[in-house]
Design a protein around this ligand. Structure first.
Ligand code: ARG
Length: 481
């Protein structure tokens, strides 16, 4: 029986005997790690995705080392050349990533030394992997934010474009998922533009707080070398260097803020996705999705399933899970760096991928979906949806207090319900039997169209409002794509 929980081809208990020590710190180590140690320790499997950021950070660091006299101009030139070649090797898939070198930082540094010798070995002066990874990861998250910002803007444009097209298309507005009052389809779509705009605001805020450079904090205490942290910060487009080295190497707030912003955004997308799933179902019949965004059933030939919408609806599970997971990793960690924080990357990578996919799929579906306007108009008038308009008429025309008007309208709804007809199908005499002051003018406010047209209060659903709002969003977002 093996005394380790997982079965490996090699016996983990003995495999460290005779393996070579890590060349990056071999001085103090006589032999390499146990196989299981390597396996739990190595992050190269997932952090190789940081290679561009790692090389960018190293180039900035090297230029600074040369400026303050810690590298010669020749050494800097060699490092630049070497890192450029390594970037090419990785870009072309020719780089051999080694788990024995643990992570992307040591893989690149070791390869650099292999290629250029002495100068490569000087690169790690005045830095540690702790400030290095904190810097790389901030750069990566910043790039991810920028990409998602663009995608979110594109989705907002898609929604605003469809909203403009359907600024006057009636649909039922719901509360408690019961038909409440008529709204326009455009108004409904613009509600999501508002949510996404707040999502963009949160990403913007997260980016602003993230944008400080940890490089030069070294392992935890700073360094005795005369480094110029403002120079590296500027070279990497950070606003300033971080002010406390202990905080800088151990802080992952930027990743958590990013994940929390994505969790909210995923929640918004899941709501829209859920609506699309409902709208596309036969009992609703509000929209049709084309073949491009649906799948068939292997058994039921008539089926057209909104799988893309369902998957977007589900992505919140992993995105929020990633947020909670990393928050839990960070809880209770003593200062400063601890290996626990190596667990910060996969949740962020996974959430980014899920959000990138979700936004692209939602963008496609919104542009693709075909509203069934007749059906939406029909349902918009169901369930006495203009009852509030009737009550408002009593208030406006007869100066009946609203509470009384509500009561009168309730009786008229009861009457219509009893007769199995709409409010507009009641006769004037029947209405007057309930409230003698009612005149024929009341019938003008009982249609879906008049109800919509009357909702002109700021933020209301009147087609004129919606047209204006959709146009304003498109102007703000730029009409391209
Ligand atoms: N791969 C490590 C991480 O992601 C890099 C930092 C390692 N630092 C250390 N002191 N072992 O956190």
């Amino acid at each position: 029986m093996k005394n380790v929980p997982v079965e490996k081809e090699t016996d983990p208990a003995s495999s460290f005997e005779g393996t070579a020590a890590n060349p990056q710190w071999g001085g103090r180590f006589a032999s390499g790690p146990a196989a299981i140690m390597s396996e739990i320790n190595a992050s190269i499997g997932f952090d190789k995705i940081l290679w561009r950021q790692d090389i960018r950070g190293s180039l900035a660091h090297a230029a600074m080392l040369q400026k303050v006299g810690l590298l010669t101009a020749t050494e800097l030139a060699e490092i630049r050349q070497g890192l450029g070649d390594i970037a090419q090797e990785i870009g072309e898939g020719r780089f051999e990533f080694s788990p024995a070198l643990e992570d992307i930082h040591m893989n690149i540094e070791a390869r650099l030394s292999e290629r250029i010798g002495e100068a490569g070995k000087r690169l790690h002066t005045a830095r540690s992997r702790n400030d290095q990874v904190a810097t790389d990861f901030r750069l990566w998250v910043r790039d991810a934010i920028d990409g998602l910002q663009e995608q979110t803007a594109s989705l907002m444009r898609a929604l605003a474009t469809r909203a403009l097209e359907h600024h006057a298309t009636p649909m039922p507005g719901f509360t408690h998922l019961q038909v409440a009052q008529p709204v326009t389809f455009g108004h409904h779509l613009l509600a999501y533009v508002e949510m996404l705009s707040r999502d963009r605001g949160r990403l913007r805020d997260a980016r602003a707080r993230l944008n400080e450079c940890p490089l030069g904090s070294a392992a935890l205490a700073g360094t005795s070398f005369p480094i110029d942290r403002a120079m590296t910060a500027a070279a990497l487009d950070f606003d300033r260097p971080t002010a406390n080295s202990l905080d800088a190497v151990s802080d992952r707030d930027f990743a958590l803020e990013f994940l929390s912003a994505l969790s909210l955004q995923a929640m918004h997308l899941s709501r829209l996705a859920e609506e699309i799933v409902m709208w596309a179902s036969a009992p609703f019949g509000f929209v049709t999705l084309s073949d491009a965004f649906t799948t068939g059933s292997s058994i039921m030939p008539q089926k057209r399933n909104p799988d893309a919408a369902e998957l977007v609806r589900a992505k919140i599970g992993r995105i929020m899970g990633n947020f909670v997971g990393l928050l839990t990793v960070m809880k209770g960690l003593p200062l400063a760096y601890a290996k626990d924080t190596q667990e910060d990357k996969e949740p962020v990578f996974d959430a980014t991928e899920a959000m990138t996919l979700s936004l692209a799929a939602m963008d496609g579906m919104i542009r693709d979906l075909k509203p069934n306007t007749d059906r939406m108009r029909e349902v918009a008038g169901m369930g006495f949806s203009t009852a509030t308009d009737l009550a408002d008429w009593l208030v406006r025309e007869l100066r009946v207090p609203f509470r009384t008007a509500h009561h009168v309208t309730g009786r008229l709804v009861g009457l219509a319900e009893q007769k199995g007809c709409d409010l507009a199908d009641l006769s004037l005499a029947e209405m007057q039997a309930v409230e003698p002051g009612i005149t024929a003018g009341i019938f003008d406010v009982l249609t879906v169209e008049s109800s919509l047209a009357s909702r002109t209060s700021f933020g209301g659903t009147a087609p004129s409002n919606v047209q204006q709002q959709a146009q304003a969003w498109l102007n703000k977002l730029g009409e391209t794509t």
